[in-house]
Design a binder for this molecule. Structure first.
Ligand SMILES: [Zn+2]
Ligand SMILES: [Zn+2]
Length: 134
């Protein structure tokens, strides 16, 4: 299976080949801020499955202790659309922002993470696994 996607302005396009590992909803406050939304929807895959054309900017998130980067959020440097996050604690694992896919019909998240930050009105159906944190 192969999926394609792009940012809002179209300067960044990508192809995701092979089957993703999982689809995960993330309720964390950082995803809420970055996306300006209640949660992010992520197609989790290996970095090697993703092929990006166009220029991405990078925002590095440092852990609470300030000693290591734990997420690299990568976004279009023209329109700001979040494209993917590199999960540095799981080397080579990326979370592709599912709202940027050309065809979202195969996205069917069954895992939700960081429920501790979930907005009060949100109650998603079909979640097999709910995690307080990542
Ligand atoms: Zn763009
Ligand atoms: Zn998050």
């Amino acid at each position: 299976m192969s999926m394609t996607g792009r940012c809002l302005c179209g300067k960044v396009t990508y192809e995701l080949s092979g089957d993703p590992i999982a689809s995960v909803v993330c309720h964390c406050s950082h995803c809420q801020r970055q996306g300006g939304s209640a949660f992010s929807i992520n197609v989790v895959a290996h970095e090697s499955q993703m092929n990006v054309s166009g220029e991405l900017a990078t925002y590095e998130e440092w852990g609470d202790k300030g000693d290591q980067v734990y997420v690299r959020r990568r976004f279009c440097n023209t329109c700001g659309s979040p494209i993917l996050s590199e999960i540095t604690l799981s080397e080579g694992i990326i979370a592709v922002k599912a709202g940027t896919l050309d065809d979202t019909s195969s996205v069917n998240p069954s895992v939700e993470a960081w429920c501790i930050d979930k907005q009060g009105w949100v109650n998603l159906p079909g979640m097999a696994v709910s995690m307080e944190r990542e």
